[in-house]
Design a protein around this ligand. Structure first.
Ligand code: TXA
Ligand code: MG
Length: 352
């Protein structure tokens, strides 16, 4: 398939949003900001438009898409057998960074769900996304607006870096606030499919029951199962092109190990980049390219910067890049940060 169209960059004002809504209704591909990352949208009930998403991203057809809705009232168009748990979670977390897997209606084309009987749905909170969805008046299927397996886009520039000439338009709403994708909860199997913008603990508190994270599933996700359930679970995803090494461990140990690794690589003549916590930034040898994210105590700052920082380092022509665990990995946003770092890494060292 050829990708030779001109990609319009639309301002996120009234005129831009109505043009974007018109394009979506007409079956075209439009990237737009959400509070998590930019999505690549298409009319979810139009199979030709949905096919365009897979072609533009180079995404395998067995990787299902999240359907975005203007509000929870639109659920009935795409979802059936709505359980009390859906209502509870929607009430508490929508609009916001939570995606729910629920049984689908026949209105949803099989290509959206990769043939599964369940559909992923979410009501985003970003004002531009909300205005766009309201004006489009249709459910909008939207994966992250990156080429398949590249880091997710948190700025319109990232979308253009990957998809210029392959999509019809991007609505430029500036940098996204959360910077990591939504949390995905399977309400059919009561499992966490992907940690994300809403902490797992908060969801479990509302449901009054635990949700097994992937590492605790009784059947460990083999690649094939993971691919069917949520390809975001594949071991490598979000990957930069430069080899990326992750140093695991709690704060003090991982800091010393990271410094030792960077020092050794630099001494061996390699050009080294680091995705660094603010408290570590001054420690690296001269010549190290340092992208500061947040602090150990402030995972939200690291979350909002992580994909932008990975992409920036990736453009520097480095031989290798490093990071250490950025926040307590077992709770809150730290869980999602740890997950994305692991998936971006070609190698992990240190104690888990
Ligand atoms: O924050 C987000 O969720 C962003 C913004 C744009 O909303 N979207 C996003 O979409 O991250 P994507 O396609 O990059 O990741 C969605 C994940 C995929 O791993 C996909 O396999 C999983 O959701 N998924 C979608 N539909 C599913 C379904 N019916 N059953 C299980 N997993 C599903
Ligand atoms: Mg994605």
């Amino acid at each position: 398939m050829e990708h030779t169209r001109v990609t319009l960059v639309l301002a996120a004002d009234q005129a831009g949003v109505s043009e974007a809504a018109r394009l979506l209704r007409a079956g075209r591909l439009v990237a737009f900001p959400t509070e998590t990352v930019y999505g690549l949208g298409a009319h979810a009930l139009n199979p030709a438009a949905v096919a365009g998403i897979f072609a533009a991203k180079g995404r395998p057809a067995n990787d299902p898409l999240i359907v975005h809705l203007a509000d929870a009232d639109m659920l009935k168009v795409v979802a059936r057998e709505l359980s009390p748990q859906v209502a509870l979670l929607a009430e508490r977390f929508w609009p916001g960074p939570l995606t729910l897997i629920v049984p689908k209606t026949s209105a949803v084309p099989a290509s959206v769900t990769a043939g599964l009987d369940n559909v992923a749905v979410r009501v985003p909170a970003h004002p531009v996304a909300r205005a766009l969805l309201r004006q489009a008046g249709v459910p909008v299927a939207a994966p992250s607006a990156n080429l398949f397996s590249r880091p997710s886009p948190t700025r319109a520039e990232h979308v253009l870096e990957d998809l210029q000439g392959r999509i019809d338009a991007v609505l430029d709403g500036g940098a996204t606030s959360i910077g990591l994708e939504s949390t995905i909860v399977d309400l059919v199997g009561f499992r966490l499919l992907r940690p994300g913008g809403v902490p797992l603990e908060e969801i479990e508190a509302v449901l009054g029951r635990p949700l097994a994270p992937p590492e605790e599933w009784s059947q460990p996700p083999t690649n094939r199962l993971a691919q069917q359930l949520a390809p975001g679970l594949l071991p490598t995803h979000y990957a930069p092109r430069t080899p990326f090494v992750l140093v695991l461990g709690e704060s003090r140990d991982s800091r010393a190990r990271l410094l030792a690794e960077v020092t050794a690589a630099t001494a061996a003549g390699q050009r080294v980049g680091v995705l660094a916590l603010q408290e570590d930034a001054a420690e690296f040898p001269a010549g190290t390219v340092v992208e500061v994210v947040g602090t150990w105590e402030d995972p939200a700052a690291s979350a909002s910067r992580i994909f932008d920082a990975l992409r920036s380092l990736d453009r520097c022509g480095l031989d290798v890049m490093y990071a250490r665990t950025l926040a307590p990995p077992a709770s809150g946003l730290g869980r999602a940060l740890a997950d994305r770092l692991r998936r971006a890494a070609v190698r992990q060292i240190g104690d888990p």
